[in-house]
Ligand binder design. Sequence first.
Ligand code: NAD
Length: 363
Amino acid sequence: MVKIKQVSNPLARFSVEPGVHHHHREAQQFVGGKVPLGLKRKGLRVLVTGGAGFVGSHLVDRLLARGDSVIVVDNLFTGRKENVLHHAGNPRFEMIRHDVVEPILLEVDHIYHLACPASPVHYKHNPVKTIKTNVVGTLNMLGLAKRVGARFLLTSTSEVYGDPLQHPQVETYWGNVNPIGVRSCYDEGKRTAETLTMDYHRSANLEVRIARIFNTYGPRMCIDDGRVVSNFVAQALRKEPLTVYGDGKQTRSFQYVSDLVEGLMKLMEGEHVGPFNLGNPGEFTMLELAKVVQDTIDPNAKIEFRPNTADDPHKRKPDISRAKELLGWEPKIPLHKGLPLMVQDFRDRIFGDRKPDAAAGDN
Ligand SMILES: NC(=O)c1ccc[n+]([C@@H]2O[C@H](COP(=O)([O-])OP(=O)(O)OC[C@H]3O[C@@H](n4cnc5c(N)ncnc54)[C@H](O)[C@@H]3O)[C@@H](O)[C@H]2O)c1
């Protein structure tokens, strides 16, 4: 019998009603979808939208490693085939080049919906496309989940808190977002995606999960995408000065990608809807981060100050009490351990001494 944990605290309202959840593995094998009599289901079928991107490709690695069948849907806007190329030939892996703004029908049990450009350089490149991806793309994937009875997980973002007036940010904080700024296509896009997800949950009884991801770093991040960790690492490797925007006292928290993937899978398989903050609460100023990069790569790297960009939040730090308590999750890899793990990958890609990645760019 499935045991239902009674949650008698204010977080209780974030848990799904008993009976909707699927606790153990056998139950998960048969979430949604229709299998004709006599045909055996071969493990979980998982769709990862944006699976050729940075976070998505690490998630795909983990899902395949444990025996799931994975379909990646990606338009390769910021993702790269090279990120998943090592799975080519695996009969449990498929990749479809497709834009989530257009509908698609696939028989799957779980949908991890990651498709969306994530760094400011990319999402500002075509803001109307960004909001379309967030709204129309999310609607399409929710529609698919409803049609095939799949469980749906949205990767939202800490950006839904905007420039937060509360620190650290808890999930009950509604945020301080500029609706008409240059970042709104992303921030408001993700807020709308959360709304759509909850509306499908309430009105169509869809099983949903929402993760609010905080800054994540690791191998396969886009180089030169303007995110601070990739910027600093690439600059230090190229012997360029590390560019710090503003006075460098704004803080961020940085989570290593394997910690995030673990959190996303626990969330998908747990019984709670969320939203859950998934991030590393270790808080660093930009200047402190520059110091870790200097210590890891080049102690002589110089720092150069530049004017700050519009709407750049001053502080960002997740409160992860809810994820700790309800998902039994917390990040394990501190910055000084995680950073060296991405340096070799960046070195290989920047200096081209690894063949498959040197050929990147046909997308
Ligand atoms: N990395 C972080 O620090 C972070 C923080 C908060 C939230 N997130 C969220 O996590 C998800 C993954 O982010 P990431 O860092 O891996 O970014 P990424 O840019 O590496 O990956 C996004 C992927 O989505 C694909 N994509 C974009 N638009 C698409 C569309 N219309 N149709 C199909 N595919 C499309 C891209 O080609 C790419 O492969 C995003 O939803 C992002 O908003 C990431």
